[in-house]
Write a protein that binds this ligand. Structure first.
Ligand code: GLN
Length: 537
């Protein structure tokens, strides 16, 4: 029978609830338990798919095609458990489900209300799609005390009452500031945050205190006393040197031990922290660096390309080299400055993107990479730009473009309205933007003797997609005659998935997003190979 662990946050946001939840999930999984980890987001968008990365960071895509919160990326990277559509919900989705049901008259004349209807729907989410999991960890987005998160807090209170305290555990993550001027650690914000939580009917069982300094015993005792939590359950988390150290740090702080103790369970096997220790050591000790340029629209926001940044770092770990990410804002990249700006980089990456802004800079950077034989990786929009660049400059199709950006162009990249998935026809549309793209895992067949086949060491791959436009397959032979080969295709041979340039040491464009499948403990082959090529450039 599943046990439920609810993780809330207090005092301030961005304390690392996702990382704490993911680390706990790893520790429990490593001790032989089956774990599921999910996230509830209190905003009104149905999913983060329509939100700008400036607002909410990256949109993470699951195998089954859900556009989800980037925390699900942390979960996957730390636990290697593939997240599903059923692992992320938002207030917007809950209300849209409820209103649909109401319009169909399914509430049989009742007044539809936050309690019980919204809270019931949240409770349904918490226990939905669970089979033989031992633990379900549910993170609640936002901070306790926000108006938006109230129904979620109320729902987990009800849920705990339903399944019983023996099967539910509340973890509250707070901030314990250090005041330099008085050289003191302050517990008051934690006390207030827990007071707020208790006023909503929830007594936390474990408090995780995020702090810049170790919390002295006296202060821990104070938190224990005022917040009504036993001293062993006041757990500190001091800033780690690299995120890969987080599972080790939580283990040392006995978070997993206290969780198991609460549920009266014992480890089924010994925890394995060796891989984390190994990569922490690599990350902290590697001196040699390689500069990789990421040219995109959202480079100024730390989390906008989270999985991508991570995947590049993983590639570095595999090659024993530190990847220095050189973030370049595409709309500021002027063609006449390209040589200067890119002079010191050994690899160029153009990530996914939408819309016209900054495309000129991207195209010029691709020309530079192609001519100077700099290792190049184009992802999704980046691949589409590489194909357009080739069409313009090598095939001499002057008005080559994408119909996403220019309705009057020669559509080298166009909207495909239908494609095959499991024999089923799925309609693509740009009339409504939410959830209508080609999303999730699709197969690609790899060309024999191509670079991509060597990299994956396989004839068939499955990767995650998130795009609406496709490379126009009608021009395949023209491209191939001039040296850009379509080395990965959809199984029906209609959709180009991968392009590469023959007389270039490493120039690859992929229509999918390989970054979503890279893990620190098992780096993605495409990123490992890209960094290897950059290392010898
Ligand atoms: N805008 C492009 C499309 O919809 C690429 C999307 C992406 O890079 N994720 O096809």
């Amino acid at each position: 029978m599943a046990r439920y662990i609810f993780v809330t946050g207090g005092v301030v946001s961005s304390l690392g609830k996702g990382l704490s939840s993911a680390s706990l999930a790893y520790l429990l999984k490593s001790q032989g338990y089956k774990v599921r980890i999910r996230k509830m987001d209190p905003y009104l968008n149905v999913d983060p798919g329509t939100m700008s990365p400036f607002q909410h960071g990256e949109v993470f895509v699951t195998n089954d095609g859900a556009e989800t919160d980037l925390d699900l990326g942390h979960y996957e990277r730390f636990t290697n458990i593939a997240a599903k559509k059923s692992d992320n919900i938002t207030t917007g989705k809950i209300y849209s489900d409820i209103i649909k049901k109401e319009r169909k008259g399914k509430y049989l004349g009742k007044t539809v209300q936050v309690i019980p209807h919204v809270t019931d729907r949240i409770r349904e989410f918490i226990k939905g799609d669970i089979t033989n999991e031992d633990f379900v960890i549910c993170e609640i987005g936002g901070t306790v005390g926000d108006i938006e998160s109230l129904p979620f807090v109320e729902a987990i209170r009800q849920f705990s009452n339903e399944v019983g305290r023996g099967r539910s555990l509340f973890i509250h993550l707070t901030f314990v500031p250090f005041l330099k001027s008085s050289d003191e650690i302050k517990t008051k914000p934690t006390q207030h945050s827990v007071k707020e939580l208790r006023s909503l009917g929830i007594q936390p069982d474990i408090i995780i205190c995020r702090s810049q300094k170790n919390i002295p015993l006296d202060q821990r005792k104070k938190i224990s006393l005022f917040c009504n939590v036993s001293i062993e359950n006041v757990i500190e988390t001091v800033d780690v040197r690299t995120i890969y150290e987080a599972p080790i740090s939580f283990y040392n702080e006995k978070l997993d031990k206290q969780v198991l103790k609460y549920f009266r369970l014992k480890p089924r096997k010994k925890v394995n922290l060796l891989p984390w220790k190994k990569i922490t050591k690599t990350v902290l000790n590697t001196k040699k660096t390689v500069n990789i340029a990421i040219i995109g629209k959202y480079v100024n926001l730390k989390d906008a390309y989270k999985s991508l940044d991570e995947a590049l770092i993983h590639g570095g770990i595999r090659n024993n080299i530190k990847v220095n990410l050189v973030r370049i804002e595409s709309d500021k990249l002027k063609t006449n400055q390209i040589n200067k700006v890119l002079k010191d980089v050994s690899g160029i990456l153009i990530p996914g993107g939408f819309g016209k802004r900054g495309t000129e800079g991207k195209i010029s950077a691709i020309t530079y990479a192609r001519k100077n034989k700099v290792p190049f990786l184009g992802i999704c929009f980046g691949m589409q730009m590489a194909v357009i660049e080739f069409a313009k400059n090598i095939l001499k199709i002057k008005n080559a473009g994408s119909s996403e950006l220019d309705k009057k162009c020669y559509p080298i990249i166009g909207l495909i309205n239908e494609w095959n998935k499991n024999g089923r026809l799925i309609k693509g549309t740009n009339k409504e933007l939410g959830g209508t793209m080609r999303l999730g895992l699709y197969e690609a067949k790899l060309r024999h003797n191509s670079l991509i086949e060597k990299i994956y060491n396989s004839k068939s791959i499955f990767e995650r997609h998130r795009h609406r436009y496709e490379v126009n397959n009608n021009l395949k032979s023209r491209f191939e005659n001039k040296g850009m080969i379509f080395s990965g295709m959809s199984p029906d041979g209609k959709l180009p998935e991968i392009v590469e340039i023959k007389n270039h040491p490493w120039f690859i464009g992929v229509q999918y997003h390989p970054e979503f499948k890279s893990r620190p403990l098992s780096p993605h082959p495409l990123f490992s190979s890209f960094i290897k090529a950059a290392k010898i450039y």
